[in-house]
Design a protein around this ligand. Sequence first.
Ligand code: ADP
Ligand code: MG
Length: 562
Amino acid sequence: MPIKVLAPELVSKIAAGEVVERPASVVKELVENSLDAGASQISVEVQSGGIGLIKVSDNGAGIPTSEVELAFHRYATSKISNLADLEGISSLGFRGEALPSISAVAEVEIFTRNKSEAIGSYMYLRKGNVARRESRSRPQGTTITVHRLFRYFPARLKFLKSVNTENSHIAHVVSQYALAFPEVRFSLLLDKHLSFNTAGNGELRDVINQLYGLEVAQKMLKVTGTNTYLQVSGLVSPPSLARSNRSYLSFFINQRWVRSPLLTRATEDAYHGLLMVGKHPMAIINIPLPAEEVDVNVHPTKAQVKFLHGQWVFASVEEAIKSVLSKTPLATTKVVPFATTSWQKIASLPSQRQGMISDSEPTFVTPLPNERLPVLRVVGQLANTYIVAEGPDGLYLIDQHAAHERILYERILARWSQKEVEVQGLLQPITIELSPREEETLKANEGILAQFGFAIEFFGTRSYLIRTVPALMTKANLVETLSEVLDNLASKENPSPWEEKIAASLACHSAIRAGQQLSNDEIRELIKQLEGIHQPRTCPHGRPTMIHLSSHQLEKEFGRIS
Ligand code: ADP
Ligand code: MG
């Protein structure tokens, strides 16, 4: 085919593909526009996961009648006009691509009134072209309604997930902006029911209360790190509030929500040694940075940024969080004094690198194949955390929590597959408050949760009544466990099938803890059960449950043989 310049319609569809990946991307762009317009109130309404309808209304500056049509042209923007503006960008948008992209893949209605005009304008666009236009009155602000998203793009539609999953992405996006702008009142309606609203009083803790509940709001610690380079502010969780995925980490650069591996790493490093492996902190961090220190124009959806001095940003964030954590009593954390970090590092490395790393590790630390255990003789318990046992070929050092977790995991899955799940009814139902995202996860997984013994009923706005739970759960950790089950179900980092995710969370929460003293009978029972299961040597998260020191290795270590 000869080279030719593509027709504008085709170009806009290609561009739209980058900007509008899924309904939540539309919501993100529209909310950003409302924020750029200085709105103090933004309401988002969604139907059928955004495929039916997305409506974003604000009380911002509005668009002058003469510019309404122009707003839908590619690269038409009121936010920058020259290169210097681009380099000193302070608005969320600047590429002039969102409205044209959205109108290329959906039908769009806009109804707006600019602050300097007496009457507003209404316009309907189909396939990117104006189908209707008229003057109408309305208060100052803008409402954009998107219908039939991807209707004519079966390929995109095919990639979308269930309504609840798309809703959960949308809830996540709106939550992030609510966290970034506590001074703005947000509300989110999903299929006519209120997912959340915020007060808009400027208090981050109040937003957290709305999104994550009162307990989290009260426990979060204030970060106020100031060093010569930058000022990090926000709230982070004490180690006792850890979650099982990273979706509670929110980073904002000049109130722009960004996904940044660098900031994630800096935050998690600050918690080093304070959280169990597989647990992640919660953090809402805002970093004001001079425009020349950060490049926001590296990604079509502006979700990623580049720092000029990444290492300073990294160090400042880590230091600021470390400094708050160092002032917190750690009594409530469940970390054992000698967590097996070096082990986990090895286990998670690709095999060709293991040799390299294990040079600095004791020579006997070698991963074990997954096979059944021989009969073991219990020697005793170490640090109330490890069980020492002897087998036909040497010594076994067993992590009691990880081992019990594996036993329960296999048992839960076996019962589930035989449809023999044991359920306990609660004499008094327990009420649980869910975050918007958790609520959508719950709705998406109601059926499978019921198969594991959870009977959960809708009670009121994001409130649910738990009536029955799996038999092995105790009342004490019920809310925490359910919240972890939901986290785990929503986690993209854990690609396992749903039933495995649920079983893993239940097993983890019900298993005996590190630091718990066990009687000899209890230890023997645990070992007996461990001998009977299929994969006794790794926990459900893939970490080792035990270290085996063979007789041969022992003799070598003691120099009995060379
Ligand atoms: P960008 O945000 O990158 O400028 P958009 O395509 O998102 O590009 O929007 C184009 C223009 O339309 C914006 O520059 C702004 O002037 C105007 N606009 C869009 N949404 C709103 C809104 N909610 N309120 C006021 N003006 C808006
Ligand atoms: Mg925009």
